[in-house]
Design a protein around this ligand. Structure first.
Ligand code: BTN
Length: 243
């Protein structure tokens, strides 16, 4: 893949186990903020909650970006939201499609996931792992009901076309968080996501299944869920599904 990202360090590999591994190492070595690690394929792509991330060769964009944001670990849920917004915006700009966001940061096209995001702290850096299904024409049967790609959603774009807008969008979304604060990110998420308010969902919270209607985000970026008995519960981790 031809990489054209001026003014930033890019380490691109034909194949890696996971871009996260290399990005974590570079972060510990003190690499600059904005450093991108990418691969044309991952042999052990990491998803959220212990899942694997299907990383077909040359079909998806698989990147980890090292971000030094001067924010503490308590801001990680907000960074997750900012990264979801950034990915959604980049896909919308490049394809003209209108992706939805499912808290905290699944990017959906027609209820199926086209991009997934991890964010982990390493010392003072956040490692943002972003996977976008760009040109997949099919998926393995076990994930086919849940996954889609930009191509399958009707947008024939290259990975190169998505990469530049994605890294720019990550920069600007993180600047919004750093400069305008949590409220701006929570507001933007509320506008971009049909899941933020009034959506009936089921949530797996540490093995406990909760059902209810979403009630927006708290100031830290956690999802609020009003259960049928009236209790409002703060959702701390993913696993939100429509009912
Ligand atoms: C999710 O489960 O929704 C998160 C998926 C994150 C996948 C990306 S692909 C690039 C980076 N490297 C990985 O191994 N995982 C992330």
């Amino acid at each position: 893949m031809k990489i054209d990202l001026p003014d930033r360090r890019v380490e691109w590999f034909p194949s890696l186990d996971s871009t996260m591994t290399v990005a974590v190492r570079l972060a510990h070595e003190g690499c600059a903020s904005g450093t991108v690690v990418g691969a044309d394929e991952q042999t052990a792509g990491i998803g959220r909650a212990g899942h694997a991330w299907h990383s077909e060769p040359d079909a998806g964009l698989y990147v980890s970006i090292v971000l030094r944001l001067a924010l503490g670990p308590e801001s990680l849920p907000l960074v997750m939201l900012a990264l979801g917004l950034a990915t959604r915006d980049a896909i919308a700009d490049v394809t003209g499609l209108a992706p939805d966001l499912r808290w905290p940061n699944d990017v959906l096209l027609g209820e199926k996931k086209c991009a997934g995001i991890l964010a982990q702290m390493e010392d003072d850096a956040v490692i943002a792992g972003i996977g976008i299904n760009v040109g997949h024409s099919s998926f393995p049967p076990e994930i086919a009901p849940l996954a889609t790609s930009l191509l399958l959603a009707g947008a024939s774009v290259s990975r190169e076309e998505v990469l530049g807008p994605l890294v720019d969008s990550v920069d600007s979304s993180c600047s919004v968080l750093a400069q305008r604060g949590p409220e701006a990110i929570c507001k933007a998420f509320g506008l971009a996501s049909t899941y933020a308010h009034g959506r009936r969902v089921r949530v797996d919270q540490d093995g406990t299944i909760l059902e209810g209607v979403t009630r927006g985000l708290d100031p830290c970026g956690f999802l609020l869920l009003r259960q049928d008995n009236g209790t409002v519960t703060k959702i701390l981790a993913g696993g939100v599904r429509p009912i």
